[in-house]
Design a protein around this ligand. Structure first.
Ligand SMILES: Cc1cc2nc3c(=O)[nH]c(=O)nc-3n(C[C@H](O)[C@H](O)[C@H](O)COP(=O)(O)OP(=O)(O)OC[C@H]3O[C@@H](n4cnc5c(N)ncnc54)[C@H](O)[C@@H]3O)c2cc1C
Length: 411
């Protein structure tokens, strides 16, 4: 073994196992606050396992990260799940696309959990056509000025930074006039954030933001000026990976494979019992079996894609496939629980919306097939980039953005 070779996986795994036995609380213990949990991992060299050491990571590989996560599952140890967006998506994007300066400035505190990041991509006029962003970024000497609005931004109220896609040049085709810039979200003059309400009635953690002459240092650009589309593509790839639990986004252990993992927290057994009590087991029995099979197949697909990415046999946008499969399966399993529980699943006493209710879970599960690009968009990507089918027509692709008709008006 050369002195530079990474620690063998088995040795690392045994070291991680010993460490977590002593330091990492179990899921049954009192829940540790996310930031404290992330700090703990960082202080012991287990945050950003596949990130280079000069940016605060452990300098190991994605295989080591996978081994760590699997070991937490074996031991049923807590992980900072709320940080998946920061660690699985935004950090890797900065690592892939940021300048040396932005990597050094932003990554250590992100990995330590002292700064939490989220994404500012979608806008009120539409999220699928991200390249049609109308949020305006104008250069003013050594600074930029940001105007416009974003919406559906998960976690913006809690986060410290958002990565914002905006239009910096209106006179070139739409994909070529975009920039990505880091926006501080706490007490930023000219910016306001407000939460929105989700379909379930819960005040959700997705927000809308308004920017009114927000001044930002030019050094906050991630990627070059007008090179934001490539950065957005990288971010979306990491987002799909995180939803599909692969790549840098492999941050969830499979705690239990089987009934207890199904139905978004609603166990298959209780669904089967509920269906039996309502005399509906014959009708929903096959749905329960299908959902069970999916709960086994989805992690196996992720593992297979992970292995292919490592071996180099799978290249490109495989995260679209795992995201599509896992979110469709999650929705089907919640639908099954709803069918099993019937009306009992959607009623409760009192005025508070119950988060553990099957009906609420069903409403909330809808978001999974929209967030990070809708299922239709994932199917487009799979057909074009994995299967090599013809591209969707895009008549506005080569027109300067200022000439693209928007809502029958020109800018
Ligand atoms: C739970 C949740 C969390 C989210 N978090 C964030 C976040 O943190 N940051 C952020 O920026 N955004 C976030 N979003 C927004 C999300 O990215 C957008 O909702 C999504 O990209 C779709 O955009 P839209 O809602 O504007 O729908 P539209 O783009 O208006 O699409 C409407 C419908 O048309 C279909 N459609 C559009 N274009 C095509 C096409 N070319 N081919 C086929 N069908 C098409 C879509 O599939 C959809 O069914 C979140 C959304 C949800 C639900």
């Amino acid at each position: 073994m050369s002195p530079d070779a990474p620690e063998p996986i088995a040795v690392f795994r045994a070291r991680a196992a010993r460490w977590m036995e002593r330091h990492l609380p179990r899921w049954d213990d009192e829940l540790m606050p996310t930031r404290a949990l992330q700090n703990l991992l960082y202080d012991h060299g287990f945050a950003g396992i596949a990130f280079p050491t000069q940016y605060g990571g452990a300098g190991l590989t994605l295989e080591h990260q996978q081994a760590f996560v699997e070991e937490t599952a074996v031991q049923d140890r807590q992980l900072p799940m709320e940080n998946r967006v920061s660690i699985g998506m935004l950090g890797p994007t900065i690592l892939d696309r940021g300048s040396e300066d932005t990597k050094e400035r932003f990554l250590p505190s992100l990995l330590r959990g002292d700064s939490v990041w989220m994404q500012l991509l979608s806008e009120p006029q539409g999220g699928s056509d991200m390249a049609g962003s109308m949020t305006r970024l104008s250069r003013d000497g050594a600074t930029f000025v940001l105007n416009g609005s974003k919406m559906w931004s998960s976690g913006a109220l809690e986060a410290d930074y958002g990565l914002c896609l905006c239009r910096s040049n209106w006179d070139v085709p739409k994909h070529r006039g975009l920039s990505m810039i880091a926006v501080p979200l706490k007490d930023t003059p000219g910016m306001s954030i407000q939460p929105t309400r989700s379909a379930s009635g819960l005040v959700s953690d997705y927000c809308e933001e308004f920017f009114d002459d927000v001044v930002l240092p030019a050094g906050n650009l991630i990627g070059g000026e007008n090179e934001g589309w490539a950065v957005a593509q990288t971010l979306l790839m990491h987002e799909r990976n995180t939803v599909g639990n692969i790549g840098y986004g492999r941050l969830i252990g499979q705690r239990e494979r089987g009934p207890k993992r199904m139905f978004g927290g609603e166990p298959a057994v209780s669904s089967a019992v509920a269906a039996h009590e309502r005399g509906r087991l014959d009708a929903v029995g096959m749905m329960i079996v299908d959902a069970y099979i999916q709960s086994v197949v989805v992690p196996l697909t992720s593992a297979r894609v992970m292995a292919g990415l490592r071996a180099g046999t799978h290249k490109g946008q495989w995260g679209s496939l795992t995201k599509l499969q896992s979110t469709v399966a999650a929705q089907a399993s919640v639908r099954t629980a709803l069918a099993a529980h019937g009306a009992d699943g959607v009623i409760w006493e009192g005025d508070e919306v119950r988060v553990d209710n099957v009906g609420t879970t069903w409403l909330e599960s809808r978001g999974g097939t929209i967030a990070g690009g809708t299922n239709e968009m994932q199917r487009n990507i799979i057909s074009e980039r994995l299967l090599g089918l013809p591209k969707e027509p895009a008549p506005d692709r080569d027109l300067p953005f200022s000439e693209v008709l928007r809502n029958t008006r020109r800018r």
